[in-house]
Design a protein around this ligand. Structure first.
Ligand SMILES: Cc1cc2nc3c(=O)[nH]c(=O)nc-3n(C[C@H](O)[C@H](O)[C@H](O)COP(=O)(O)OP(=O)(O)OC[C@H]3O[C@@H](n4cnc5c(N)ncnc54)[C@H](O)[C@@H]3O)c2cc1C
Length: 198
């Protein structure tokens, strides 16, 4: 529909993340949609949208993992240079093992996203895998970026560093395209059966 139609309203959200892009809500109040404006046959729009989610959920997974990887790269550089108690903080296993653990988990989640996209490209079912990408990748990305902030000490928390902004950007993607609870419902339905899970 043309967005200047008087029945269509717009609302800008005061989001803390994705600030260069921003987010708006569109409301349709008794909007009349002419038949030649329909993008699918009557009744098939929801199915088309849900099929798109199986694609965007994998992409959002890669997006948040990319943000977390940026935070990790910056932290690796920092722990090599920052000295405390007479040595670079990278020499303390409390620091280096934290980064090793996130390196492992971020890499594993990335391959889950690739597998989901591979299944899609092959025309095979991938709803379950896409839901896994959508709840797991944002969760570990948030946790990894948060640890990167802590490993930077006070400077990491400052808005003069990009880490807080990365955290705010990624935290919204825990919710957009479906919350973790809804993704787990999708997975449980596929795993156990909708008739058992509800
Ligand atoms: C960054 C971002 C981008 C977004 N992009 C878009 C977009 O492009 N298009 C669009 O239409 N929307 C978009 N949204 C909106 C988003 O899809 C919804 O906010 C999200 O699906 C949750 O819906 P809700 O806010 O109504 O929460 P609610 O449905 O009110 O849920 C509130 C809480 O209850 C939980 N809950 C609800 N039902 C159940 C259940 N059955 N079982 C267990 N827990 C449940 C939820 O998981 C959540 O934790 C975006 C949101 C964000 C933050």
């Amino acid at each position: 529909m043309p967005l200047d139609d008087p029945s269509i309203g717009r609302q800008r959200f005061a989001d803390p993340g994705f600030r260069p892009l921003s987010r708006v809500g569109l409301s349709f109040d008794d909007t009349f949609v002419p038949a030649d404006h329909e993008i699918s046959d009557g009744g098939s729009g929801l199915a088309a949208q849900l099929a798109d989610f199986d694609f965007t959920r994998a992409l959002l997974g890669l997006m948040v993992l990319g943000a977390a990887r940026r935070a990790m790269d910056s932290t690796v550089d920092w722990v090599r240079r920052r000295e405390a108690f007479g040595a670079p903080i990278a020499t303390y296993q409390g620091v280096s093992f934290t980064l090793a653990e996130w390196d492992t988990q971020l890499e594993a989640a990335r391959w889950l996203c690739y597998r989901t996209l591979g299944l899609r490209a092959a025309g095979l079912p991938h709803t379950r895998e896409a839901a896994m990408c959508k709840w797991w990748a944002p969760r570990i990305a948030v946790q990894a970026i948060n640890d990167c902030i802590v490993l930077h000490g006070h400077v990491g928390w400052s808005t003069e560093m990009p880490l807080q902004q990365l955290l705010l950007d990624v935290s919204g993607l825990q919710i957009g395209d479906g919350t973790p609870q809804i993704q787990k419902l999708v997975i449980a339905r596929q795993l156990i059966g909708r008739e058992h899970v509800g």
